[in-house]
Each structure stands twice: as C-alpha cells, then as structure tokens.
Ligand binder design. Structure first.
Ligand code: APR
Length: 233
C-alpha cells in the first residue's frame, strides 16, 4: 500500500523556535530595512551592496541555527505518510532536520545565482556573497531568492502537490503573501486541513479545517498524535 500523501505549507513561524525571527513582527521592517529596499528587483538595482549585506547577515544567522522539534516531527511523519514540505522559508532547517522532500517556494539562502542566466544556480559553502563574485559567464551573482514582484517558478509544482494531498498541514505562516497563500484554495474539500499558529491568521471557512492555536512544536505534536490515532496507533 502506498503511503497517503501529506503536504505541509510552512512559513517563518516554524523557524522561530530555532531563533530565526519571523518577518511581520516589526512593523514591516526586516532588521530595520523597508522590505522593498532589500527584497525587490528595484532594491537590487539601486543598492546591490545593501542587498548582498542584508542576505549575508541572514545567512550568517542561519548558518548555526539548528532545527527544532517542529521540523523533527515532520521528518517522523515520513514513517506513515508520503510527506512533501512546501516551504516559504529560505533557511535550510527542514533539510537539516532530515525531511526528504522539500520544495522552496521563495528560494534558498544558501544558493546564489547568475544575474544573466537564471539557470546558473550555485550552492554556497559559507555566508558571504559580495560585489565582484561572478558566475561562470562573468556576471555578478545575486541571492537565489524570489523577491517581491518576481514570479514564483516553483508555484506550479506546489499547486500540483497541494491538489494531490490527502492531508494538509499549514504551520507558522501569516498567509498574507500570494501566490503561496492561495495554495489552501487548491486543496480538496474532503482533505483534513490543520492550521498551526499561535496567532491564528484569518482564513475563510472551508470544510475539514482544524485550527490549532499553538507554536510549531506544540501544534505539530498535537497534530501528529491526532494523525496517528487515525491509524489506530
Ligand atoms: N510557531 C509557529 N508559528 C509562529 C511562531 C511559532 N513559534 N511564532 C510566530 N508564528 C507565526 C506568526 O503568528 C505568523 O502568523 O508565524 C507567522 C509568520 O508570518 P510571517 O512573518 O508573515 O512569515 P511568512 O508567512 O512565512 O511570510 C511569507 O513573505 O516576507 C515574505 O517571502 C517572505 O516567505 C516569506 C513570505
């Protein structure tokens, strides 16, 4: 028997317990910057040095971060489910925890890419990316991040996975950024949908919706217990 398909949409909140701050807690500012200054094509055009430095600092902070109990539970669920994690997070904590299928909707902090050929993507070993770091075609490298106003190339794959899901978990996202937030609307009515967040985002009512108003580790502990009970475990 194939394992049932479980899709997870995760956001910044799941990494909060690993010491990586969420985005929308400080009046729309990230580390004191307007988001458009550091996370948009216009910001990159007008001050690439600032953008590179902003991501260098975030990379530095993420380098030593360790996954928390929430990330671990998603790995444990692979014993019973065919789990795919669709994450809006650019950190690599799902991979560090051991999740085997992770789709990064908004890019990856530890990858860089060419500014002339977006198919040229490079794994980074350290935390620094600077002006003068070039791709193999001789153009400046930029963070491999989906900025505001850019298209989301992984969206079709994410929508396909959501439509195929037999169980869906949303954890630690304010559900305000589209198209990611729209994934909820692609899920079948019969599919159980668990939403875990200590400050529950407003969600239009839909069938089989279970709201778990808790932080990631506690909420996922509860959801794991409920899912295993459905297996008689
Ligand atoms: N556990 C679970 N959830 C938490 C925790 C926690 N310990 N702490 C905070 N949260 C919740 C908040 O209540 C909020 O609903 O996590 C959510 C974080 O929301 P955002 O900061 O908006 O992050 P996210 O939804 O991932 O942002 C989406 O927007 O900034 C862009 O591209 C960026 O991927 C990001 C996207």
């Amino acid at each position: 028997m194939p394992k049932p398909k479980l899709a997870v949409l995760s956001g910044a909140g799941i990494s909060a317990e690993s010491g990586i701050p969420t985005f929308r807690d400080a009046n729309g500012l990230w580390e004191g910057h307007d988001v458009m200054e550091v996370a948009s094509p216009q910001g990159w055009q007008s001050n690439p040095e600032l953008v590179l430095e902003f991501y260098n600092q975030r990379r530095k902070a993420a380098l030593n971060a360790v996954p928390n109990r929430g990330h671990e539970i998603l790995v444990e669920l692979e014993q019973w489910y065919d789990v795919t994690v669709i994450t809006q997070n650019v950190d690599n904590l799902h991979e560090k925890a051991g999740s085997s299928k992770v789709l990064h909707l908004h890019g990856e902090l530890f990858k860089s890419r060419s500014t002339v050929d977006e198919s040229l993507v490079y794994q980074m070993s350290g935390w620094e990316l600077n002006l003068g770091d070039y791709c193999e075609k001789g153009s400046q490298l930029r963070p491999h991040i989906v900025w505001f106003g850019e298209s989301v190339p992984m969206m079709d794959d994410a929508a396909r996975l959501s439509r195929a899901a037999e169980v869906f978990i949303v954890v630690g996202t304010s559900l305000v950024v589209y198209p990611a937030a729209g994934l909820l609307n692609t899920i079948g009515p019969e599919v159980p949908k668990y939403i875990i967040d200590p400050n529950m985002p407003s969600i239009s009512s839909m069938p089989n919706l279970f709201l778990v108003e808790k932080i990631g580790s506690a909420g996922l502990t509860e959801v794991k217990e409920r899912l295993l009970r459905s297996y008689g475990l």
